[in-house]
Design a binder for this molecule. Sequence first.
Ligand code: NAD
Length: 411
Amino acid sequence: MRNRSGISKLVLESIVDEVGLLKKSCQLALKELRHWMAPEKVKTSITIFPSSAAIVPEPLGVVLIISTWNYPYLVSLDPVVGAIAAGNAVVLKPSEISPSTSSLMAKLLGKYLDTSAVRVVEGAVPETSALLEQKWDKIFYTGNGRVGRIVMAAAAKHLTPVVLELGGKSPVVVDSEINLQVASRRIISGKWGCNNGQACVAPDYVITTKEFAPKLVESLKQELERFYGKNPLETKDISRIVNAYHFDRLIKLLEDDKISGKIVHGGEKDKSKLQIAPTLLLDVPRDSLIMTEEIFGPLLPILTVDKVEDSFEVVNSGSKPLAAYLFTNNKKLKEQFVACISAGAMAINETALQLSVNTLPFGGVGESGMGAYHGKFSFDAFSHKKAVLYRIFAGDMPMRYPPYSKEKLRF
Ligand code: NAD
């Protein structure tokens, strides 16, 4: 995975998280498409006996898919799989922030797919704005919420339905009743192991109790060092920040006066390599920049509360996140978490992996988006579910036709 300044994303991560997941999507669609396409018979009411009814999926038409840079193949081509499976023609607009993958997709899709059904349009804001002026049968957008609003406003002009796959601040609540080492490793894996935090489902911040925080910080430090060594700026096992703009954006979060003195691990940076060391911050104020914006990078603030249940109020006081994570062995706490927190998806004692389960819908709620895809949900996202009622000529009821006598009304 290259962009203009060299290797951006780890090869292993790209193979597992992009090519691997995409291949799984294609295989599933090929295997299941016959079932997904089959009309679904449904019951009808006795009042219209004899009759039968079915839900028949049909393609929407021509759909526009606008994607982002962080998993440039997966977030571009995974929706394309669903759109083609459902029988649509597709225009794909990859992100200009990953220009090499954008031009490679344009080249390869043009070469290997039917160009009367799938086209790639490369470009940045002007090209995307021009595409958005057209009338589409659906727009599927992955990216930030600010542009999500632009997409939705453009779609509204033509009454075009949208799927918005957005981001947000995904919390990790850590209880003390856990296997601390496994929990720390899984938090690290979902954060720095997922494109160095540049993943929509990466943990954005952690909440734990004041009492447990020192143990958690210590364990995270130990595991970070075990994975990435004493000088993580030298490691070959973390993807780098995508570009200088995003590097500067992250440094601005770190240089906010409100969090001065809060770094408890990391903080080193090297702009020439576009690397920032895995960084832990403890007890940052909730009105600091790092707690009011989606981080989308290698910084992990840890907030503390008196009781673990107090974390629910912290999470619910913000926008609904794309993902919410909980580490605990406490059954009651798991139940409370699932019942009290609203998020696009959740994982208990895990981070990020919910995304790989294609029997689960993948999508946000509230500010983290609308609509969902993956597996059959992708087929559904790009289909219209047409309602069809079948009748025969026998069993016609004169009652339903005028003139309407009092007897007919009584019936
Ligand atoms: P980005 O800058 O690549 O923008 C996304 C797309 O929007 C691009 O194709 C770009 O050309 C287009 N665009 C940008 N500005 C535009 C404008 N003014 N008008 C029209 N089109 C415009 O990507 P980004 O937004 O930085 O992506 C990161 C965000 O995406 C994060 O918030 C992340 O959480 C989210 N994300 C969500 C998912 C998901 O599946 N839910 C996946 C990946 C990333």
